[in-house]
Design a protein around this ligand. Structure first.
Ligand code: SAM
Length: 215
């Protein structure tokens, strides 16, 4: 069992306060961030940084996303309890844990085998049990489609058609799209079969690899 003491809970409350100040207002998302023990995702050497609003390395050249980014993307999904969500880029599993806290049914896919194997073992030890998949998430997981919501947690060069095709009617895809260094956050909603796109701020994600990603 991971220790979660008053000090860590206090740091988490401060983080939630900071996210509120930065404009996150969905109480369920804030409660989710407030419940997930982010320090459990960190190596001993970086433990003191767990509740900073920053991204950190998780090995394999990948990162655990910044809490603000996790909160921003989750809020923009407008999740309802029980909705089926596809997450592309499992990484550490932190985002998946927040989605589960908010009440989603989570399918998460990772392209890096070491991270997939690590997170598939680790995340359930915290009580978080999404459905784990290994493979190229830029193609979605057609066998489990359609999804009410899709969240991509790596920077894409384009909006993958495979993902919009796997959205349910009234479904929402949130995805950072741009070049390798900087991406604009896009929200795409499927309305009567048509795709409606909204644009938000810029973010900096590691690249989405694979067929519909960077080569
Ligand atoms: N959601 C993660 C978390 O909470 O820790 C952060 C993800 S990290 C910023 C991006 C992840 O996307 C990396 O783990 C990377 O290996 C993965 N990735 C990149 N291309 C992918 C693809 N085509 N399919 C699935 N995962 C991919």
């Amino acid at each position: 069992m991971i220790e979660d003491n008053y000090k860590q809970r206090g740091l988490r409350n401060k983080l939630v306060k900071k996210l509120r100040e930065k404009g996150i207002s969905d109480e369920r998302v804030l409660a989710g961030i407030g419940n997930v023990p982010r320090h459990a995702f960190f190596d001993a050497a970086l433990l003191n940084h767990a509740y900073e609003d920053k991204a950190f390395p998780i090995g394999e050249g990948q990162t655990i996303s910044q809490p603000y980014t996790v909160a921003f993307q989750t809020e923009k999904l407008q999740l309802k309890t029980g909705e089926k969500v596809l997450e592309v880029g499992t990484g550490s599993g932190y985002q998946a844990a927040v989605l589960l806290e908010v009440g989603a049914q989570v399918y998460t896919i990772e392209y890096n085998r070491k991270l997939y194997e690590h997170t598939k073992e680790f995340l359930p030890t915290l009580g978080y049990k999404p459905f784990f998949f290994f493979g190229d998430g830029s193609m979605g997981i057609p066998a489990k489609a359609p999804y009410d919501k899709i969240i991509v947690t790596a920077g894409a060069p384009i909006v993958p058609l495979a993902l919009t095709n796997q959205l349910a009617e009234n479904g929402i895809l949130i995805i950072p799209v741009g070049d390798r260094e900087k991406q604009k956050m896009l929200r795409i909603t499927k309305k009567q079969g048509k795709l409606v796109q909204e644009e938000f701020d810029h973010f900096a994600f590691v690249p989405l690899l694979g067929d519909q990603g960077w080569k």
